[in-house]
Design a protein around this ligand. Structure first.
Ligand SMILES: Nc1nc2c(ncn2[C@@H]2O[C@H](COP(=O)(O)OP(=O)(O)OP(=O)(O)O)[C@@H](O)[C@H]2O)c(=O)[nH]1
Length: 359
């Protein structure tokens, strides 16, 4: 269910185009690149559609096979700004028209999707080949393995699969003398929030300001009596930072539900006749009292980011203090943005004698 103006809202933040892998006309771009790779039908396009296009999981059943590389820019904010490249199932590294060196050189993260409901022997050998090739070209790539479609598996079965895949993949690397390659593993499914959580972690690794953001959140919550706070990218529901206390899945799911409620209600009742208006703006905020004496508090931070906090009812009595601290937090975030923009501008200016480096 998508509220009427939400479609416009989503599409106004994204550009999509198909792209064939001959030469990279965008090689001078500073956006980190995330590659989605894996065997045919492993679920790559579904992941991209569900996370970034709000496609409902059931609709992915009708997705056609990808037959060329699809490139998409995700530019929701200065922090969450990257390109996703969805690859067709079987890529032939020996095909001379496939310039894999160019592709891997500009890559920040390579997500390899393994279908956990299928026999994964072939997927593991493909993973090994892909990772070793990519590492040779660019040792700085983060290798992320999504053990996908785990919705059909029991909890024990999930853990067992993860252990087995983890062991086999690392054994293969050790046999090739490449133990130094680090693979991160995630259990994912498009039918729950696990895919959003995994994507959040992949994206966070590409945000150089992450320690600063985490620090700011830690200072904010400890001075405001808040138990947990997330900084969310509203459109994708990826959280780009949280404080240092552990994240549990239920809390994360509640935050996602709250964002959905705010945007949906705002789309339906908040826009005054002007169809093009955004359902998320400076005035956006929401308070939800749960039946277990917990309060959820959402506030707009920037055009694309929202802060979602969990706190006890008694702490919420000092709302004035929380709002004042939030004001300081917001200002600090804006300063981090400003520094980043200035550095980017300097890097893009041909007269600047700075080494061109990804930020
Ligand atoms: N049960 C389950 N099915 C999924 C999940 N993700 C994707 N699928 C299904 O897997 C099938 C293949 O998905 P695609 O996204 O087309 O796979 P792909 O890897 O992009 O395939 P190619 O384009 O051929 O490389 C579809 O029928 C999806 O509905 C998941 O998390 N759980």
């Amino acid at each position: 269910r998508v509220a009427p103006a939400l479609g416009t809202y989503l599409s106004s933040h994204k550009i999509k185009d198909g792209f064939s892998p001959v030469r990279d006309p965008f090689s001078s771009e500073v956006k980190p690149r995330i590659l989605l790779m894996g065997l045919r039908r492993s679920g790559k396009s579904s992941i991209q559609k569900v996370v970034f296009h709000k496609m409902s999981p059931n609709e992915t059943l009708f997705l056609e096979s990808t037959n060329k590389i699809c490139r998409e820019d995700v530019s929701n904010s200065s922090f969450v700004s990257f390109q996703i490249w969805d690859f067709p199932g079987q890529i032939d590294f020996f095909d001379p028209t496939f310039d894999y060196e160019m592709i891997f050189r500009g890559t920040g993260a390579l997500i390899f999707v393994i279908d956990s409901q299928d026999d994964y022997v072939e997927a593991l050998s493909r993973l090994h080949l892909t990772v070793t090739r990519a590492y040779k070209v660019n040792p700085d790539i983060n290798f992320e393995v999504f053990i996908h479609k785990v919705d059909g598996l029991s909890d024990d079965h999930k853990i067992e699969k993860q252990r087995d895949i983890h062991k086999r993949a690392n054994d293969d690397l050790a046999d090739a003398g490449l133990e130094r390659i680090h693979l991160s593993f995630y259990l994912t499914s498009i039918y729950d929030h696990s895919i959003f959580e995994a994507f959040s972690k992949v994206v966070q690794k590409l945000i150089p300001q992450l320690p600063t953001l985490e620090n700011l959140l830690n200072i904010f919550i400890s001075n405001s009596g808040i138990e947990k706070a997330f900084l969310f990218d509203v459109v994708s529901k990826i959280y780009i930072a949280t404080d240092s206390s552990p994240v549990d899945m239920q809390t994360y799911e509640l935050c996602c539900d709250m964002i959905d409620v705010v945007i949906d209600i705002s789309c339906i009742y908040g826009l005054s006749g002007d169809e093009a208006g955004s359902p998320y703006d400076k005035e956006s905020m929401a308070i939800i009292h749960l039946n277990n004496t917990t309060v959820m508090y959402l506030k707009e931070v920037t055009k694309f980011l929202a802060l979602v906090c969990f706190l006890r009812e008694e702490s919420f009595e000092r709302k004035g203090l929380i709002d004042y601290n939030f004001h300081c937090f917001k200002k600090a975030i804006e300063e981090v943005f400003d520094v980043r923009l200035k550095v980017q501008r300097m890097m893009l200016n041909p007269n600047t004698c700075l080494m061109k480096r990804r930020i």
